[in-house]
Every structure is written in C-alpha cells, then in structure tokens.
Design a protein around this ligand. Sequence first.
Ligand SMILES: *Cc1c(COP(=O)(O)O)cnc(C)c1O
Length: 367
Amino acid sequence: MSKLSELAPSYIRSIAAYQPGKPIADLAREMDLQPEQIVKLASNENPLGVGPKAEAAMHAALTDIARYPDGNSFILRDAVCAKFNVKPDQLIFGNGSNDILELAARAFLTAGDEAIYAQHAFAVYALVTQAVGAKGVVIPAKEYGHDLPAMLAAITAKTRIIFVANPNNPTGTLLPKDELFAFLKAVPSNILVVLDEAYDEYLSDTYKSEAIKWLAEFDNLIISRSFSKAYGLAGLRIGFGVTSTDIADIINRVRQPFNVNSVAQAAAAASLEDDEFVERTRALNQAGMLQITRGLTQLDLDYIPSFGNFVSFRVANTKEVYQKLLQSGVIVRPIAAYEMPEYLRVSIGLYSENEKFLQALKAILSS
Ligand SMILES: *Cc1c(COP(=O)(O)O)cnc(C)c1O
C-alpha cells in the first residue's frame, strides 16, 4: 500500500473537498494588502457584523467559559419555542445548520440508501450523503431552481432523504409555496424531506416560509435554520432543526452531547430578540441587491434573480475575472464546483463594499 489514505473507504476518498470563500487574512498575505483594503463578498456573511444584543450576550457568556455548555441548550430552546411556536422536543441544535444536515444523514442514511437533491444545490447535501456511503441522486435543475416533479419521479425504494434548499445557494432561486406544499403532500411519508431555510430572514413577508406550520401535517419534514446569515453569527457556528418529536429524538441520539458551545447558545438566544437588527439587515440587503443588480445590468452582465443575500452573475473568463478581482482586493466566489463554471457569486455587502466590487469589475471588463 502506498498511502495510508487508501485505507479509507472508496466513498470517503471520492468526496470532493468543500471550497470555502477565501479568508481576508489569506488574501492579505498573498497580495501584500492590508486587511482593511480587502472586501470579502464570498461567504454570504452579514456585512453589518454581529447584532448588539447578541454581542452583549456573547461577552457575558465568556465569564463561564470554563464550564461545559448546557447540552440541552435550555435557554436557547425556550427562545426558539417562543419565537416559532414549536414544542421543546421538536428541536435539534447544531454546530451550524450544516451540523443538522449531517446529523440527519447520519441518523437516517446508510450504505446503499439514496438521497435526492438538485443540481446546483448547496454542496453540503452531497458531502453528508457521501460521507455515510449513501448514493446521491442529482436531479437536473430547471431554470437553475429545483425541478420538484423530477425529484418526485426519482424516488425509488432506496430513497431515504430528499434535500431541498429554499432559497437555494448559490442560485438564489425560491420555490413557490404552493408547489412546495404539493411536493410535500406527494412525497411518501416514510421518506424524509430536509428543507434548508438558511436565508428565510431575507424574504419579504409575502415570500416568508410557512413550513413550520406545515409540521402539523408532515411528520417526515425537517426544517433547518441558521444563525450564520441574517443573525450575523457565522463564526460561532450555530443552527437548528425543527421536526416531529419522533425524528428529533432519534437525531438527538447521534448528536455529540456538547456540539453547540455556550457562547453560541447565549448569542443565538439574544439574537432572536433583536428584530430591529434582523430588519436592518434585511433592508440593507434589499437596497444592496438593487445596487448590485443594477450595476451588473449596466455592465451588460446576466445574473440569476436571487432571494438570498448574494447573486450569481455570468461573465466570460470567470477564472481571470476572479483573479483580477482578488488583485483589486475584492473576494467573490467561483462556483464551478456547482456545475456553474461560467458564473461568479457575489454576496451583498455594505453600500461602499458593493461599490468597490462594481468599480473593480467595471475596470476589469473594460481593460
Ligand atoms: C450558508 C448556508 C447554510 C448555513 O450553514 P451554517 O452551518 O448554519 O453556517 C445552510 N444552507 C445553505 C443553503 C447555506 O447557503
């Protein structure tokens, strides 16, 4: 045997490593730039940073850091129940909502099982499916969004989980509520649907998800929510799942007892009481989305209309444009790994950050 890595099962060795957005510190080192000169619009983070209530709670929680966190996230659980009108035993807390996706896969998928997800859907569905040796069944996208009828048609006796991202990242597409509801009705009740709603807070009232109410009807539904995006807590790693008590119970058995740290629990609970901050975030995103999409249109670039805090646009020579944006101190995200090699994804930032991105892009395209 030449390499110890060959001891790992083939389904592990065939996993393509997740490609995160380039950290500011990395680019600063590589290009000899000051971090302040760099604008990172690559990971859909909140450009306002952390909200004031969450920040205060975080600092307060630091005094108790020598103790293990509450493995049941009691205070946070209470806050989520009050906010979303769910019962305590319907919840699963995770080290980021990615943890919820992984826990669902670990609890319900084994070698030989199938998980269905859409082409261009969030990369973590493939990752967690492959990590347990199950088979990912990728359904071609329809106008960059999920083709729900085709996903239904792909169900076999081996299907255990269907992952649905709404809105999806990196395409920003949103499924109409009635289509999603009809889909849930049509999915056999012994197949789980993991509905990933990481960007729900960015939706206007008309579009906001009602899926938590639908839990009364669908015991096989798992909704995942994140504190990484609108709540501005990406670095703390915290998210949660809401589902039937039966599913929550089984998933909680595979969860590590202390998977969510105490600072994250405190900050997340406080952030749920900061509607003002979330609303400010949403309004900033709406204005920034207009600013960026208008700018792209002025540059004659096509983009996919997005319901998230990011937008993917089409440009010739993506690799070159990406590199030149880096040289200008602007980090965006290439999404070739999502089978979208002709697109770049830009996160919506502050007004000045969006402007810096548009100016740099304009200069690159006209050079
Ligand atoms: C960013 C994102 C998440 C959030 O992941 P966390 O682990 O909560 O940071 C989940 N799903 C999608 C589709 C995302 O884009």
